[in-house]
Design a protein around this ligand. Structure first.
Ligand SMILES: [Zn+2]
Length: 504
């Protein structure tokens, strides 16, 4: 009976299910030689680890743009050719600076970190403003009844209701902006976080690449300073109401503009209605560069972090989808973006999410492809597998090429919120990430992740080809699907999704 049933099934499959239609789709005919060529170029030593704002990164961008052109993709209105240019800056903190408070002197790089601001050499009165925070919904206004005009605002570090590092760092720009808006001439925070001062000082005290903008840390404007408390009960003393003044000296920030770019193109949909919905296929093309900047161990013979798996593999899968869908377009329109500066904190995708070239409420899904590597070549992994109503498509894309799906590997790592897709999820756009077959942070993954041996010579090109076919086919299945993807009920991003798409 069992044998009969399975033979019967095979027979049925042979006649009906393994259809000629699928064999005729362009992604079925992607060639190993082509994906191998992309890999050998994008992860070559000559591209020097594709670090954002360096030449190798720009060369990779050019290569991707010229593939888009060759495949016949359209340029997106508002882009500069196939580029979305991003004004990055290298922000260099002043080497010298000091703050005097009575007999105590704080020094830049020791017990003081200057995070932003112009040159200053002034003594001025200090006003203590609790956390320096305003949140109308929660009834918080730390500036109420305070006159800080022309004065130095001093605050506690963190926020009234949290000292969690992510929230603290995320609020820094806003806190400085609030002080500036209220007329303060400088903003000083008293360091009281649970992680070591040394870590904070090293991280924020060095030159860093960030997007240029007036209100950001490192930008021009009022000096923004953190102090490691040397005065016992400093906050209590300042609260006490007696007049205190600080003398601040800072040489100000130097910044050097370093342009980089996202690479963007699109294919118009064929369905008169569905073409107004856009699927956003994305992969970051930057990596970490060479030597010390790369962050991992390296040798004199090999100091290049080639980033073959992370994320040339994702870029090539995205290019494969672009080529396949350009050859046989889908019902929905599809946007392709290769992001820069993922490795610097998801900056390229963040920039696009804030400056979208196609309205976000017409963008119905972000299908991101990014990964640390692979340790299971019989599978591919999906992060956010059952969160966006696409389980059938994820399964079908895999089965079509003989793979299985590994749903949400390493849940403890919260991978969903750690790649470019999260910038779209926050805006409400359903945004899964697919990766090469990963079971979790295994030894095999760790061996290559951000290491100098993540190079083309160690790639299984047959598996690369299969992964590219799966991603391209998956993009097609979703772009042709009758129903629009949406967040699963109760998902933490569901409310953001409703708010976004109600604006239609
Ligand atoms: Zn990475």
């Amino acid at each position: 009976m069992v044998v009969f049933v399975s033979l019967f099934m095979i027979g049925l499959n042979g006649v009906f299910a393994q259809p000629k239609v699928e064999a005729s789709l362009p992604e079925m005919n992607l060639q190993k030689a082509e994906v191998e060529m992309h890999m050998r170029f994008l992860a070559s030593d000559e591209l020097m680890g594709r670090r954002t704002t360096e030449q190798g990164n720009n060369t990779a961008a050019r290569y991707i743009a010229e593939q888009f052109r060759y495949y016949g993709l359209k340029q997106v209105e508002g882009a500069d050719g196939f580029y979305q240019k991003i004004p990055f800056e290298n922000k260099m903190p002043p080497k010298e600076g000091s703050l005097s408070w009575g007999p105590t002197t704080y020094e830049q790089g020791k017990n003081m970190v200057i995070l932003a601001g112009d040159t200053m050499d002034t003594e001025a009165e200090v006003v203590f403003a609790n956390f320096g925070w305003v949140d109308e919904e929660k009834g918080i206004d730390d500036y109420k009844d305070l006159d800080v005009k022309g004065k130095i605002v001093v605050t506690l570090s963190g926020l009234p209701d949290t000292q969690e590092p992510g929230a603290v760092f995320g609020s820094m720009k806003d806190k400085r902006k609030l002080a500036e808006e209220h007329g303060a001439i400088a903003m000083v925070e008293l360091y009281k976080l649970s992680f070591p001062w040394q870590f904070f000082k090293n991280y924020f005290g060095r030159a860093r690449v960030d997007i240029a903008s007036d209100s950001e840390a490192g930008g021009p404007g009022i000096p923004y300073i953190w102090l490691k408390e040397e005065t016992p009960d400093a906050a209590m003393k300042l609260k006490g109401g007696q007049k205190v003044s600080f003398k601040i000296k800072s040489k100000g920030f130097n910044s050097q503009s370093l342009p980089s770019q996202n690479v963007i193109a699109m294919i118009e949909g064929t369905d008169p209605v569905l073409k107004n919905e856009y699927i956003l296929c994305t992969a970051h093309y930057d990596h970490v560069g060479t030597g010390k900047k790369g962050g991992g161990a390296f040798t004199e013979e090999d100091s290049i972090f080639n980033g073959a798996r992370d994320n040339a593999m994702g870029v090539i899968s995205m290019l494969s989808a672009a080529k396949s869908i350009a050859t046989k377009p889908t019902k929905r329109s599809v946007i392709f973006i290769a992001f820069t500066a993922e490795e610097m904190g998801l900056l390229g995708s963040g920039y696009y999410a804030e400056h979208p070239l196609i309205p976000l409420n017409k963008t119905v899904l972000n299908l991101n492809t990014d990964g640390a590597g692979y340790d299971d070549k019989t599978a591919y992994s999906v992060i956010g597998y059952d969160r966006v109503g696409l389980v059938n498509e994820f399964d079908k894309a895999a089965a079509t090429f003989g793979l299985k799906v590994i749903p949400d590997p390493a849940p403890e790592q919260n991978l969903f919120d750690r790649s470019d897709n999260v910038n779209f999820a926050i805006k409400g756009i359903p945004a899964p990430t697919v990766s090469p077959g990963t079971t979790g942070f295994s030894d095999e993954i760790g061996k290559y992740y951000h290491q100098n041996i993540d190079n083309p010579e160690s790639i299984d090109f047959d598996y690369l080809l299969t992964y590219c076919k799966v991603y391209a086919h998956l993009a097609r299945l979703i772009a042709d699907k009758a129903e629009t993807p949406k967040w699963k009920a109760g998902d933490k991003y569901e409310a953001a999704g409703k708010a976004l798409y109600e604006k239609k």
